[in-house]
Design a protein around this ligand. Structure first.
Ligand code: ARG
Length: 602
């Protein structure tokens, strides 16, 4: 590319088709995924399927569309691709030139920050709604998944140059706060004074106690119901008690976010939208979308039915006047698109909420809440199960506390690191200071990577043994693979010993590709930008994990067949060193986007 960075093949194809779009009657849209890495290298490196897609609306033969595209692409990409070929009915096979690969790897090595990867040509405002636990309830393993996946997506979109707003849509409003606030009035009167630091003890116990009173005591039930109304209409004492509850929960979440290094997550809970709820329902009513249904208000959408065939309503107002989960989400959509000017809103929750979001998005569209081009996307994920495939729980059947889960992973990692690094190590012993950081990184990244490396839509079985293993597509393996490359680089560049704990990278040199495994590795490295583009569009972090795993395997194959230190010439040695440096930097960057810190020794 002209500016010295890398080209993103998809960007170029988009540009080319854009210039042709007049003759294509505007039938091409960027969201059509039309460039994919080729399944088999004999077809080249990439395949472009745009012609197949365009042929139908244009009423042309795909091969004819393909030959128009090929002429333009050949002119534009003479520096990157060999002559393009049209295969079969109209696929365009694209094979990278060796000289391009050589330039690409050198460019990547010289740019630790971006590895030459361009920012998106269409920067967007993107809201990522993730984590989102519920106040006064335990943050569970579903919220952990949401936190890990949401953080990765936000990191990646930021890297691609989008303006990202990370929002924690905590459940801090709703009927349960009536009973909680009334309970606090009796048991923790200090919470009503406005002091948010009053010690409420364990919130789970408090929640259970309040719930028990609510279930057993009719007078309390009445009080709780009236309590919600008081709270929601702004009664100062009730609000003070509520704030105290929120502050207590917040402190608990902060510990988890801290351990996971989650940053810039802005808490903007359901209560934030309270003032907008009435207006949302009125608007739906005026438009004839919301109708009375058994005392409540609901939106009826075509095609949604209960199991028995009766229409399934989207509830927006309860019979007692309270509002629903969906009402808040509709208000939030308006706020995020109108005030925040979001082009894209991602909702990272378990797939159990798929129907809720489908209905909410549809209602928002019908109600005219969405400007053209705004995209609301549910990013669903599956369940975390125990190793036996059953519900994820402790041995006694209780829910697993997230803090315990993370600490257990660090504990096992501590023993693993101790066993490798400390002579005569005994499990449970304290690690020397220098290794503590490593053990913490290994423990935390194992949990993160195990989650991210699975297709997020499938359920996965939680297993400390598997996630902490040094073998397979795991965090310890990836960290080890990277550390090994670092030590190879240090040794070969004569910088050994100079930079314990922090890498000093040798200057990138011109890359000369000869051996098959060298070319393979270079091809893999040059694809990094395409993989990030794919995740940016499709939101599957496991594709980045797979890519990083393959990259370290291709490095191993290269290292087995090509000598770095004893290369035949100084130029070849410098070239191979540059391949190693680029590989290490790709792994560092990739893991960083996954929220994983690296260590230079493992
Ligand atoms: N608090 C919800 C839960 O725990 C998740 C909220 C997701 N975000 C949203 N805008 N609805 O299930």
């Amino acid at each position: 590319a002209q500016d010295g960075g890398l080209v993103l093949i998809t960007d170029v194809v988009n540009q080319v088709v854009d210039t042709l779009n007049d003759s294509f009657d505007g039938h091409y849209t960027h969201s059509d995924a039309m460039v994919t890495p080729a399944s088999n290298l004999k077809f080249g490196d990439y395949q472009c399927n745009a012609a197949m897609k365009l042929a139908k609306p244009l009423k042309m033969k795909p091969r004819d569309v393909a030959s128009i595209l090929v002429t333009e692409l050949n002119a534009k990409m003479a520096g990157e691709f060999e002559e393009l070929e049209i295969a079969g009915p109209g696929f365009i096979n694209m094979k990278l030139q060796r000289s391009y690969l050589e330039r690409a790897v050198q460019t990547m090595a010289a740019d630790s920050e971006r590895l030459g990867i361009p920012k998106s040509p269409n920067p967007k405002k993107i809201v990522v709604d993730f984590s989102s636990p519920n106040i006064a309830k335990e943050m569970h393993v579903g919220h952990l998944r949401s936190t890990i996946i949401g953080d990765t997506l936000a990191n990646l979109l930021t890297f691609k140059g989008h303006s990202v707003l990370r929002l924690n849509h905590v459940g801090d409003w709703g009927t349960q706060f009536g009973m909680l606030v009334e309970h606090l009035k009796d048991e923790f009167p200090a919470a009503l004074t406005g002091d948010e630091n009053v010690d409420l003890g364990n919130l789970v116990i408090l929640y259970k106690a309040a719930k028990k009173r609510f279930d057993d005591d009719d007078d309390f039930k009445v009080r709780a119901r009236e309590g919600v109304v008081r709270l929601q209409s702004g009664d100062e004492e009730s609000l003070a008690a509520w704030r105290c509850l929120c502050a207590t929960s917040r402190k608990e979440y902060a510990k988890i976010y801290d351990l996971l290094s989650i940053e810039n997550l802005e808490e903007r809970g359901e209560s934030f939208y309270n003032d907008m709820l009435k207006g949302v329902v009125e608007d739906l009513e005026e438009q004839g979308l919301a109708k009375k249904s058994e005392g409540a208000m609901a939106v009826f959408l075509d095609g949604y039915a209960n199991k028995d065939g009766t229409p399934l309503p989207l509830l927006v107002k309860k019979s007692d006047g309270g509002f629903n989960y969906a009402t808040t989400d509709l208000a939030a959509i308006t706020q995020r698109t109108q005030q925040e000017k979001a082009d894209r809103v991602l909702y990272v929750t378990d797939s159990g909420q798929a129907q809720h979001f489908k209905m909410v998005f549809e209602a928002a569209k019908l109600a005219g809440m969405l400007n053209d081009g705004v995209s609301l996307e549910h990013v669903p994920f599956g369940l975390v199960q125990g190793e036996d495939g059953k519900k994820f729980a402790t041995r006694s059947g209780d829910t697993v506390k997230l803090m315990d889960l993370l600490q257990e992973s660090i504990r096992i990692a501590t023993n693993d690191v101790g066993g490798r690094e400390v002579e005569g190590w005994q499990d449970g012993q304290e690690l020397p200071e220098e290794f503590k950081r490593t053990a913490k990184i290994v423990g935390i990244s194992a949990v993160k990577y195990a989650d991210l490396s699975m297709n997020r839509e499938s359920n996965y079985k939680f297993s400390y043994g598997r996630m902490l293993s040094l073998q397979g597509n795991t965090a310890p393996y990836m960290l080890y693979a990277r550390a090994r490359i670092c030590s190879i680089v240090k040794k070969a560049s004569g910088l050994e010993g100079v930079a314990e704990g922090s890498m000093i990278w040798p200057e990138p040199a011109p890359v000369l590709l000869g051996e098959e495994t060298e070319i393979e590795l270079a091809r893999q490295l040059a694809k990094f930008g395409d993989v990030l583009y794919d995740v940016e569009e499709e939101l599957y972090p496991n594709r980045l994990c797979d890519y990083l795993f393959e990259t370290s395997q291709k490095f191993s194959a290269f290292y087995e067949s090509c000598s770095v230190i004893k290369a035949e010439t100084e130029e070849l040695k410098a070239s191979r060193l540059t391949l190693a440096v680029t590989t290490a930097k790709v792994l560092t960057k990739g893991l960083g986007l996954l929220g994983i810190e690296v260590v230079d020794r493992l």
